[in-house]
Ligand binder design. Sequence first.
Ligand SMILES: *Cc1c(COP(=O)(O)O)cnc(C)c1O
Length: 383
Amino acid sequence: MKSLDAFARKKLKPLMEKGLKRDIHVTERRQSGEVIREERALISFCCNDYLNFSHHPKVMEAAKNAIDRYGAGSGASRLITGNHPLIRELEQKLARLKGTEEACVFSSGYLANIGIIPTIIGSRDIIFIDELSHACLRAGSSLSFAQTVAFRHNDMAHLQEIIHQHRKYHQNALIVTDGIFSMDGDLAPLDKLSILARDNNCWLMSDDAHGLGVIGQGKGSRYMFDPLPEIPLQMGTLSKAIGSFGGYLCASKPVIELIKTRARSLIYTTALPPASVAAAITALDIIKQDQDYCTRPLKNAQTFAHLLGLPTPVSPIVPIIIGGAERTMRFAEILETEGFLVTGIRPPTVADDTARLRFTFSANHQKDHIHALAAVLKKHGII
Ligand SMILES: *Cc1c(COP(=O)(O)O)cnc(C)c1O
Protein backbone atom coordinates (compact mmCIF):
# COMPACT_ATOMS: atom_id res chain seq x y z
CA MET A 1 0.00 0.00 0.00
CA LYS A 2 2.12 2.84 -1.32
CA SER A 3 -0.40 5.55 -0.40
CA LEU A 4 -0.56 4.34 3.20
CA ASP A 5 3.25 4.39 3.55
CA ALA A 6 3.35 7.85 1.99
CA PHE A 7 0.71 8.99 4.46
CA ALA A 8 2.68 7.63 7.41
CA ARG A 9 5.93 9.26 6.21
CA LYS A 10 4.20 12.58 5.69
CA LYS A 11 2.74 12.49 9.20
CA LEU A 12 6.10 11.55 10.72
CA LYS A 13 8.23 14.17 8.93
CA PRO A 14 7.22 17.26 10.94
CA LEU A 15 7.35 15.23 14.15
CA MET A 16 10.92 14.16 13.36
CA GLU A 17 11.88 17.75 12.66
CA LYS A 18 10.56 18.82 16.05
CA GLY A 19 12.27 15.98 17.91
CA LEU A 20 8.90 14.36 18.61
CA LYS A 21 9.30 11.02 16.84
CA ARG A 22 9.33 8.25 19.38
CA ASP A 23 11.41 5.08 19.35
CA ILE A 24 11.12 2.17 21.71
CA HIS A 25 14.57 0.79 22.49
CA VAL A 26 15.07 -2.81 23.51
CA THR A 27 15.69 -2.64 27.24
CA GLU A 28 15.85 -5.57 29.62
CA ARG A 29 14.71 -4.93 33.18
CA ARG A 30 16.57 -6.61 35.99
CA GLN A 31 16.20 -6.54 39.75
CA SER A 32 16.29 -3.32 41.78
CA GLY A 33 16.02 -0.87 38.92
CA GLU A 34 18.97 -2.13 36.90
CA VAL A 35 18.34 -2.32 33.16
CA ILE A 36 20.37 -3.54 30.20
CA ARG A 37 20.29 -1.49 27.00
CA GLU A 38 22.63 -2.18 24.10
CA GLU A 39 24.64 -4.48 26.36
CA ARG A 40 25.21 -1.74 28.91
CA ALA A 41 23.95 -1.84 32.49
CA LEU A 42 22.12 1.34 33.52
CA ILE A 43 20.37 2.40 36.70
CA SER A 44 16.79 3.25 35.85
CA PHE A 45 15.23 6.37 37.33
CA CYS A 46 12.16 6.30 35.12
CA CYS A 47 10.24 3.21 36.11
CA ASN A 48 6.88 3.26 37.93
CA ASP A 49 7.68 0.02 39.75
CA TYR A 50 8.12 2.12 42.91
CA LEU A 51 8.30 -0.78 45.34
CA ASN A 52 10.29 -3.06 43.01
CA PHE A 53 7.48 -5.59 43.38
CA SER A 54 7.81 -6.73 39.75
CA HIS A 55 10.93 -8.58 40.91
CA HIS A 56 10.00 -9.27 44.54
CA PRO A 57 10.64 -12.98 45.29
CA LYS A 58 7.25 -13.47 47.01
CA VAL A 59 5.35 -11.68 44.23
CA MET A 60 7.15 -13.70 41.54
CA GLU A 61 6.49 -16.93 43.41
CA ALA A 62 2.77 -16.14 43.68
CA ALA A 63 2.64 -15.52 39.93
CA LYS A 64 4.46 -18.78 39.15
CA ASN A 65 2.20 -20.78 41.47
CA ALA A 66 -0.88 -19.26 39.83
CA ILE A 67 0.36 -20.35 36.39
CA ASP A 68 0.97 -23.90 37.66
CA ARG A 69 -2.48 -24.12 39.17
CA TYR A 70 -4.63 -22.07 36.75
CA GLY A 71 -2.67 -21.78 33.49
CA ALA A 72 -1.21 -18.86 31.58
CA GLY A 73 -4.32 -17.14 30.21
CA SER A 74 -7.83 -16.40 31.38
CA GLY A 75 -9.78 -17.69 28.38
CA ALA A 76 -12.28 -14.89 27.85
CA SER A 77 -14.03 -11.92 29.39
CA ARG A 78 -15.07 -12.39 33.01
CA LEU A 79 -18.67 -12.08 31.94
CA ILE A 80 -18.28 -15.15 29.74
CA THR A 81 -16.02 -17.54 31.62
CA GLY A 82 -17.06 -16.40 35.09
CA ASN A 83 -15.18 -14.66 37.83
CA HIS A 84 -11.87 -16.22 38.70
CA PRO A 85 -11.58 -16.87 42.45
CA LEU A 86 -8.32 -14.90 42.44
CA ILE A 87 -10.05 -11.86 40.91
CA ARG A 88 -12.73 -12.02 43.58
CA GLU A 89 -10.05 -12.17 46.28
CA LEU A 90 -8.22 -9.21 44.73
CA GLU A 91 -11.41 -7.15 44.57
CA GLN A 92 -12.18 -7.82 48.21
CA LYS A 93 -8.64 -6.80 49.21
CA LEU A 94 -8.83 -3.56 47.20
CA ALA A 95 -12.22 -2.62 48.65
CA ARG A 96 -10.92 -3.24 52.17
CA LEU A 97 -7.75 -1.21 51.55
CA LYS A 98 -9.69 1.75 50.14
CA GLY A 99 -12.55 1.52 52.63
CA THR A 100 -15.32 1.02 50.05
CA GLU A 101 -18.14 -1.52 49.84
CA GLU A 102 -16.97 -3.04 46.59
CA ALA A 103 -14.32 -3.01 43.88
CA CYS A 104 -14.07 -4.01 40.25
CA VAL A 105 -10.84 -5.10 38.60
CA PHE A 106 -10.19 -4.18 34.94
CA SER A 107 -7.50 -5.50 32.61
CA SER A 108 -5.56 -2.20 32.77
CA GLY A 109 -5.83 1.28 34.22
CA TYR A 110 -6.45 2.72 30.76
CA LEU A 111 -9.32 0.27 30.22
CA ALA A 112 -10.73 1.17 33.64
CA ASN A 113 -10.92 4.86 32.82
CA ILE A 114 -12.39 4.46 29.35
CA GLY A 115 -14.99 2.12 30.85
CA ILE A 116 -15.94 3.92 34.05
CA ILE A 117 -16.55 7.43 32.75
CA PRO A 118 -18.94 6.63 29.85
CA THR A 119 -20.86 4.24 32.12
CA ILE A 120 -21.79 6.95 34.60
CA ILE A 121 -21.75 10.06 32.42
CA GLY A 122 -23.68 10.66 29.19
CA SER A 123 -24.22 13.27 26.52
CA ARG A 124 -26.50 15.46 28.64
CA ASP A 125 -23.98 15.62 31.49
CA ILE A 126 -20.80 17.57 32.10
CA ILE A 127 -17.25 16.69 33.14
CA PHE A 128 -14.90 19.08 34.91
CA ILE A 129 -11.36 17.79 34.48
CA ASP A 130 -8.02 19.03 35.80
CA GLU A 131 -6.00 20.11 32.76
CA LEU A 132 -3.08 17.85 33.73
CA SER A 133 -5.17 14.71 34.16
CA HIS A 134 -3.88 11.54 32.54
CA ALA A 135 -4.60 10.88 28.84
CA CYS A 136 -6.92 7.97 29.58
CA LEU A 137 -9.18 10.15 31.74
CA ARG A 138 -9.44 12.44 28.71
CA ALA A 139 -10.14 9.44 26.48
CA GLY A 140 -12.86 8.21 28.86
CA SER A 141 -14.39 11.68 28.90
CA SER A 142 -14.49 11.81 25.08
CA LEU A 143 -16.20 8.44 24.92
CA SER A 144 -18.96 9.71 27.21
CA PHE A 145 -19.99 12.41 24.67
CA ALA A 146 -20.49 14.78 27.60
CA GLN A 147 -19.35 18.39 27.46
CA THR A 148 -15.88 18.40 29.02
CA VAL A 149 -14.40 21.54 30.55
CA ALA A 150 -10.82 21.62 31.82
CA PHE A 151 -9.91 23.65 34.89
CA ARG A 152 -6.46 25.07 35.53
CA HIS A 153 -4.22 22.65 37.34
CA ASN A 154 -5.21 22.36 41.03
CA ASP A 155 -6.90 25.78 40.78
CA MET A 156 -10.01 25.56 42.96
CA ALA A 157 -11.10 29.15 42.25
CA HIS A 158 -11.13 28.37 38.54
CA LEU A 159 -13.02 25.13 39.09
CA GLN A 160 -15.58 27.00 41.19
CA GLU A 161 -15.93 29.54 38.40
CA ILE A 162 -16.57 27.00 35.64
CA ILE A 163 -18.94 25.01 37.84
CA HIS A 164 -20.88 28.22 38.46
CA GLN A 165 -20.95 28.89 34.72
CA HIS A 166 -21.97 25.44 33.46
CA ARG A 167 -23.38 23.20 36.17
CA LYS A 168 -26.98 24.40 35.95
CA TYR A 169 -27.36 23.38 32.31
CA HIS A 170 -26.62 19.72 32.89
CA GLN A 171 -28.19 16.74 34.55
CA ASN A 172 -25.23 14.97 36.16
CA ALA A 173 -21.71 16.29 36.67
CA LEU A 174 -18.38 14.62 37.33
CA ILE A 175 -15.16 16.16 38.61
CA VAL A 176 -12.11 14.20 37.44
CA THR A 177 -8.54 14.43 38.68
CA ASP A 178 -5.35 12.47 39.17
CA GLY A 179 -4.59 11.94 42.89
CA ILE A 180 -0.86 12.27 42.26
CA PHE A 181 -0.19 13.86 38.86
CA SER A 182 1.77 11.46 36.71
CA MET A 183 4.17 13.91 35.05
CA ASP A 184 4.47 16.47 37.86
CA GLY A 185 4.33 14.36 41.01
CA ASP A 186 2.16 16.81 42.93
CA LEU A 187 -0.96 16.03 44.93
CA ALA A 188 -4.53 17.09 44.06
CA PRO A 189 -6.36 19.04 46.80
CA LEU A 190 -8.79 16.17 47.32
CA ASP A 191 -10.18 17.75 50.49
CA LYS A 192 -11.24 20.91 48.66
CA LEU A 193 -12.38 18.98 45.59
CA SER A 194 -14.66 16.80 47.70
CA ILE A 195 -16.25 19.86 49.30
CA LEU A 196 -16.75 21.57 45.93
CA ALA A 197 -18.27 18.34 44.60
CA ARG A 198 -20.64 18.04 47.56
CA ASP A 199 -21.72 21.69 47.48
CA ASN A 200 -22.39 21.71 43.74
CA ASN A 201 -24.01 18.32 43.32
CA CYS A 202 -21.10 16.81 41.38
CA TRP A 203 -19.57 13.36 41.66
CA LEU A 204 -15.82 13.11 42.28
CA MET A 205 -13.47 10.63 40.64
CA SER A 206 -9.77 10.32 41.49
CA ASP A 207 -7.15 8.36 39.58
CA ASP A 208 -4.61 7.14 42.10
CA ALA A 209 -2.25 5.35 39.71
CA HIS A 210 0.77 6.97 41.37
CA GLY A 211 -0.48 7.13 44.95
CA LEU A 212 -1.32 3.52 45.81
CA GLY A 213 1.50 1.82 47.70
CA VAL A 214 3.70 4.86 48.15
CA ILE A 215 1.84 7.56 50.10
CA GLY A 216 -0.82 7.66 52.82
CA GLN A 217 0.44 4.52 54.62
CA GLY A 218 0.44 2.76 51.27
CA LYS A 219 -3.29 3.39 50.84
CA GLY A 220 -2.86 6.27 48.43
CA SER A 221 -3.55 9.96 48.00
CA ARG A 222 -6.91 10.11 49.80
CA TYR A 223 -5.15 9.04 52.98
CA MET A 224 -2.95 12.15 52.92
CA PHE A 225 -5.94 14.11 54.26
CA ASP A 226 -7.60 14.25 57.64
CA PRO A 227 -10.58 13.99 57.76
CA LEU A 228 -10.73 11.58 54.85
CA PRO A 229 -12.32 13.30 51.84
CA GLU A 230 -15.35 11.63 50.35
CA ILE A 231 -14.47 10.25 46.89
CA PRO A 232 -17.22 8.01 45.55
CA LEU A 233 -15.14 6.84 42.57
CA GLN A 234 -11.59 5.77 43.49
CA MET A 235 -9.77 4.41 40.48
CA GLY A 236 -6.19 3.17 40.21
CA THR A 237 -3.81 0.77 38.57
CA LEU A 238 -2.05 -2.43 39.56
CA SER A 239 0.77 -1.80 37.09
CA LYS A 240 2.78 0.79 39.00
CA ALA A 241 3.70 0.36 42.68
CA ILE A 242 1.85 -2.96 42.71
CA GLY A 243 4.36 -4.19 40.12
CA SER A 244 1.86 -6.29 38.18
CA PHE A 245 -0.82 -5.36 35.66
CA GLY A 246 -4.47 -4.32 35.72
CA GLY A 247 -6.72 -1.49 36.87
CA TYR A 248 -9.48 -1.12 39.43
CA LEU A 249 -12.38 0.96 40.65
CA CYS A 250 -13.34 1.06 44.33
CA ALA A 251 -16.87 2.35 44.93
CA SER A 252 -20.24 1.53 46.48
CA LYS A 253 -22.06 -1.72 45.70
CA PRO A 254 -24.66 -0.22 43.32
CA VAL A 255 -21.98 1.66 41.37
CA ILE A 256 -19.85 -1.45 40.98
CA GLU A 257 -22.91 -3.48 39.94
CA LEU A 258 -23.65 -0.91 37.24
CA ILE A 259 -20.00 -0.95 36.09
CA LYS A 260 -19.99 -4.75 35.85
CA THR A 261 -23.20 -4.63 33.83
CA ARG A 262 -22.36 -1.75 31.53
CA ALA A 263 -18.64 -0.87 31.28
CA ARG A 264 -17.68 -1.87 27.74
CA SER A 265 -13.96 -2.09 28.44
CA LEU A 266 -14.73 -4.68 31.12
CA ILE A 267 -17.34 -6.64 29.23
CA TYR A 268 -15.66 -6.82 25.82
CA THR A 269 -12.07 -7.55 26.82
CA THR A 270 -10.36 -10.63 28.17
CA ALA A 271 -9.84 -10.89 31.92
CA LEU A 272 -6.38 -10.53 33.47
CA PRO A 273 -4.23 -13.66 33.42
CA PRO A 274 -4.20 -15.47 36.80
CA ALA A 275 -0.47 -14.78 37.32
CA SER A 276 -0.99 -11.01 37.22
CA VAL A 277 -3.87 -11.25 39.67
CA ALA A 278 -1.91 -13.45 42.10
CA ALA A 279 1.06 -11.08 41.91
CA ALA A 280 -1.17 -8.10 42.74
CA ILE A 281 -2.74 -9.90 45.72
CA THR A 282 0.68 -10.69 47.18
CA ALA A 283 1.92 -7.13 46.59
CA LEU A 284 -1.11 -5.72 48.44
CA ASP A 285 -0.42 -8.10 51.34
CA ILE A 286 3.18 -6.86 51.60
CA ILE A 287 2.02 -3.21 51.52
CA LYS A 288 -0.31 -3.92 54.43
CA GLN A 289 2.39 -5.68 56.45
CA ASP A 290 5.36 -3.40 55.79
CA GLN A 291 4.40 0.26 55.97
CA ASP A 292 8.00 1.23 56.50
CA TYR A 293 9.01 -0.25 53.16
CA CYS A 294 6.26 1.80 51.46
CA THR A 295 7.88 5.05 52.61
CA ARG A 296 11.21 4.32 50.91
CA PRO A 297 10.46 5.61 47.37
CA LEU A 298 9.30 8.97 48.71
CA LYS A 299 12.29 9.23 51.04
CA ASN A 300 14.64 8.57 48.11
CA ALA A 301 12.89 11.25 46.03
CA GLN A 302 13.27 13.67 48.92
CA THR A 303 16.98 12.89 49.28
CA PHE A 304 17.45 13.62 45.57
CA ALA A 305 15.47 16.88 45.68
CA HIS A 306 17.36 18.01 48.76
CA LEU A 307 20.72 17.43 47.05
CA LEU A 308 19.66 19.70 44.17
CA GLY A 309 17.78 22.32 46.19
CA LEU A 310 14.45 21.40 44.58
CA PRO A 311 11.13 21.75 46.45
CA THR A 312 10.39 18.81 48.76
CA PRO A 313 8.45 16.21 46.73
CA VAL A 314 5.18 14.72 47.99
CA SER A 315 5.47 11.62 45.79
CA PRO A 316 8.28 9.53 44.26
CA ILE A 317 8.01 11.58 41.01
CA VAL A 318 10.40 14.53 40.59
CA PRO A 319 10.25 16.48 37.30
CA ILE A 320 12.95 18.82 36.08
CA ILE A 321 11.34 21.00 33.41
CA ILE A 322 13.73 21.65 30.53
CA GLY A 323 11.39 23.28 27.99
CA GLY A 324 12.24 22.22 24.45
CA ALA A 325 11.85 18.63 23.32
CA GLU A 326 15.23 18.33 21.57
CA ARG A 327 17.16 19.77 24.51
CA THR A 328 15.35 17.39 26.83
CA MET A 329 16.23 14.40 24.69
CA ARG A 330 19.86 15.53 24.51
CA PHE A 331 20.04 15.66 28.29
CA ALA A 332 18.46 12.21 28.49
CA GLU A 333 21.19 10.93 26.16
CA ILE A 334 23.90 12.50 28.32
CA LEU A 335 22.44 10.78 31.37
CA GLU A 336 22.45 7.50 29.49
CA THR A 337 26.15 7.81 28.66
CA GLU A 338 26.69 8.43 32.38
CA GLY A 339 24.91 5.18 33.24
CA PHE A 340 21.39 6.42 34.11
CA LEU A 341 18.16 5.70 32.31
CA VAL A 342 15.89 8.75 32.56
CA THR A 343 13.41 9.16 29.74
CA GLY A 344 12.67 12.61 28.38
CA ILE A 345 8.95 13.42 28.44
CA ARG A 346 7.74 15.42 25.44
CA PRO A 347 4.51 16.82 24.02
CA PRO A 348 1.80 15.67 23.65
CA THR A 349 2.36 13.80 26.93
CA VAL A 350 3.07 17.21 28.50
CA ALA A 351 2.18 20.72 27.31
CA ASP A 352 4.28 22.48 24.64
CA ASP A 353 7.50 23.99 26.01
CA THR A 354 7.33 21.96 29.21
CA ALA A 355 9.32 18.93 28.06
CA ARG A 356 11.07 17.48 31.04
CA LEU A 357 13.22 14.87 32.60
CA ARG A 358 10.95 12.87 34.88
CA PHE A 359 12.79 11.08 37.67
CA THR A 360 11.02 8.35 39.59
CA PHE A 361 12.41 6.77 42.72
CA SER A 362 11.95 3.27 44.00
CA ALA A 363 12.44 1.48 47.30
CA ASN A 364 15.68 -0.20 46.26
CA HIS A 365 17.56 2.78 44.86
CA GLN A 366 20.87 3.03 46.71
CA LYS A 367 22.02 6.24 48.36
CA ASP A 368 25.21 6.34 46.27
CA HIS A 369 23.24 6.01 43.03
CA ILE A 370 21.08 8.96 44.03
CA HIS A 371 24.13 11.03 44.94
CA ALA A 372 25.87 10.07 41.69
CA LEU A 373 22.80 11.03 39.65
CA ALA A 374 22.57 14.43 41.34
CA ALA A 375 26.30 15.03 40.75
CA VAL A 376 25.97 14.19 37.04
CA LEU A 377 23.05 16.61 36.66
CA LYS A 378 25.16 19.38 38.18
CA LYS A 379 28.29 18.47 36.19
CA HIS A 380 26.47 18.83 32.86
CA GLY A 381 24.65 21.99 33.86
CA ILE A 382 21.27 20.27 33.51
CA ILE A 383 20.27 21.92 36.76
C1 LIG B 1 -0.34 4.84 34.09
C2 LIG B 1 -1.57 5.57 34.35
C3 LIG B 1 -2.80 5.05 33.96
C4 LIG B 1 -2.92 3.81 33.11
O1 LIG B 1 -2.74 2.67 33.85
P1 LIG B 1 -2.29 1.32 33.11
O2 LIG B 1 -2.60 0.27 34.11
O3 LIG B 1 -0.83 1.47 32.82
O4 LIG B 1 -3.10 1.20 31.87
C5 LIG B 1 -3.93 5.73 34.33
N1 LIG B 1 -3.87 6.88 35.01
C6 LIG B 1 -2.70 7.42 35.39
C7 LIG B 1 -2.70 8.69 36.17
C8 LIG B 1 -1.51 6.79 35.06
O5 LIG B 1 -0.36 7.34 35.41
